[in-house]
Design a protein around this ligand. Structure first.
Ligand code: GLN
Length: 511
């Protein structure tokens, strides 16, 4: 029964809940049990809120019994990345500097999850302030890839992806500034969407780079992603860059799953050299499956994408250095007094706290960003990067004249080993070479599983990109491709993942 519940998709759970075959408490408890069982080895969660999740579930069961009209996802539990503020629940963004902080407010997306009646299981692990591609920059230790516990689950939202891939949650929230939803999805065999910039409120997300950040769904199916996207999307007056328009018709598109006559643009610059053989092979198969389903393939060229990574690593640190200035040990979070100073000044306390509270990657980017913005260098670095950003948007615009959606592999490689790249920042940055252009241009992107690489048996991801505000195209194409792939595999890809051994002690299991 429990294994049946945790392996169901969110859409299936929603059906069974509405037919009263299971209760919200059962659905929630099954996932809490799974967390107790396997999170000792996966380490997807930084904080589990059993009491809060069960209280929401009980409330939903009561309201359903009373005949209330409930949201489709009412009673379907969810995990939330720890960069999203949750009232009364710890929120660290993976950093020591926020250890012990309990936010006094909810992010808008959390308010929406609560309004839909979705029990929040807990907060998921991530690279500190979402800087990274492996969760190894988390101050609280890495999460592990359920396909191979010695490997990374991607980052920065590796905790959310690992939780969903290991059936600890049917749904999770991620955030994507340069790929942190899509890259973890690719390496864990899950689905992740970065909506159009402004499509989902940023209010209450701890900002990394405000012009790039966007929250979105992490799920096991395309339809589930559409359902969650519809819950969290939409206009919010608390976010000045929020788009004042209805959520795109993503659920309808996912259900229709039709690609007949659609033009799929394969991006010449993303793929080929530098991409692992198995990643390329699975990508080409996916393109062929879409052709078989009635789509037309065109090759498109986006020459400026070559400079996307360089531009991103100037714009992101510049914005991050400014956003992270608020962690000054005066208002909230960690406060460390400098050693051997009798009567420290505020500035000395700030320096000591920021030194102790931030990890190396965060410090590296603050230094880089502060330098790039400094007077005399602004035009040479930040200014040039902004010009590249414009060129990238133009490349997208001309590519979307020839194609309805664009496609590429999501990541150059499958999941690498924990420890393999953590001391080599450039190698780490290169993981996002294919995902970053979408953030720079604000267009929506989705990653979905394309199979397993022959050489290592690990999941590979395919990325679909659409013009801004046309998020529904991701879901239409994604669902069509997913249907073709699942038919070929004879079931979902995650069914091929190894079983995880329980990490509960025998005493706990009995109790
Ligand atoms: N890995 C990228 C980085 O380190 C992307 C992070 C993100 O999307 N939050 O910046």
């Amino acid at each position: 029964m429990t294994s049946d519940i945790i392996r169901a998709s969110a859409a299936e759970l929603a059906d069974r809940l509405s037919r009263k075959e299971i209760s919200a408490v059962e659905a929630t408890q099954a996932h809490l049990d799974r967390i107790a069982d396997v999170d000792g080895s996966v380490k997807a969660f930084l904080h589990v809120d059993s009491a809060g999740a069960l209280a929401t579930a009980r409330d939903i069961d009561r309201r359903r019994a009373a005949g209330e009209d409930l949201h489709v996802l009412a009673g379907v539990p969810i995990a939330v990345k720890d960069i999203v503020t949750t009232k009364g629940l710890p929120t660290t963004a993976g950093s020591r500097i926020l250890e012990g902080w309990i936010p006094p407010y909810d992010a808008t997306i959390v308010t929406k999850l609560k309004a839909a009646g979705m029990p929040i299981l807990g907060k998921t692990n991530m690279d500190e302030f979402a800087m990274g591609s492996s969760t190894e920059h988390s101050a609280f230790g890495p999460s592990h890839n359920p396909w191979d516990l010695a490997r990374i689950p991607g980052g920065s939202g590796g905790g959310s992806a690992a939780a969903v891939a290991s059936y600890q949650a049917p749904l999770a929230i991620g955030t994507d500034t340069g790929g942190s939803i899509r890259q973890p999805a690719a390496v864990t065999g899950t689905v992740g969407t970065k909506p159009t910039y402004g499509g989902v409120s940023r209010y209450g997300l701890i900002a990394l780079a405000s012009s790039l950040d966007q929250a979105g769904p992490v799920t096991r199916t395309v339809l589930d992603a559409a359902l969650l996207h519809s819950v969290i999307g939409g206009y919010d007056r608390m976010d000045s860059t929020s788009i004042d328009a209805p959520v795109p018709p993503v659920i309808e598109a996912a259900r229709r799953a039709n690609v007949k006559g659609m033009r799929i643009g394969v991006i010449k610059e993303l793929g080929g050299k530098g991409y692992q053989q198995g990643v390329r092979a699975r990508f080409e198969e996916s393109v062929q499956l879409l052709v078989d389903a009635g789509a037309e393939v065109v090759e498109v060229s986006c020459p400026s994408f070559e400079y996307a990574l360089a531009a991103y690593y100037l714009i992101l640190p510049a914005e991050a250095s400014s956003n992270l200035a608020k962690f000054d040990a005066m208002r909230y979070g960690l406060r460390v007094l400098p050693e051997g100073v009798d009567d420290p000044s505020a500035e000395q306390v700030m320096a000591a706290s920021r030194d102790a509270g931030f990890g190396d990657e965060v410090k590296r980017r603050i230094i880089l960003g502060t330098y790039a913005l400094s007077s005399g260098y602004y035009d040479a670095y930040y200014g040039s990067a902004q010009k590249v950003r414009t060129l990238i948007s133009r490349d997208f615009a001309s590519a979307f004249e020839k194609a309805d959606v664009l496609m590429s592999p999501t990541t150059p490689t499958t999941a690498f080993k924990i420890g393999e790249k953590v001391h080599d920042p450039l190698a780490m940055y290169l993981n996002d070479i294919a995902t970053i252009p979408a953030n720079l241009a604000g267009v929506p992107g989705m990653s979905l599983p394309s199979g397993l690489a022959d050489e290592d048996g690990l999941p590979t991801g395919v990325q679909i990109l659409a013009p801004a505000t046309k998020d529904e195209r991701l879901y239409g194409v994604g669902a069509a491709l997913e249907a073709a792939l699942v038919a070929r595999w004879g079931g979902p890809l995650l069914a091929k993942a190894p079983e995880l051994a329980t990490t509960r002690s025998s005493r706990e299991v009995r109790a």
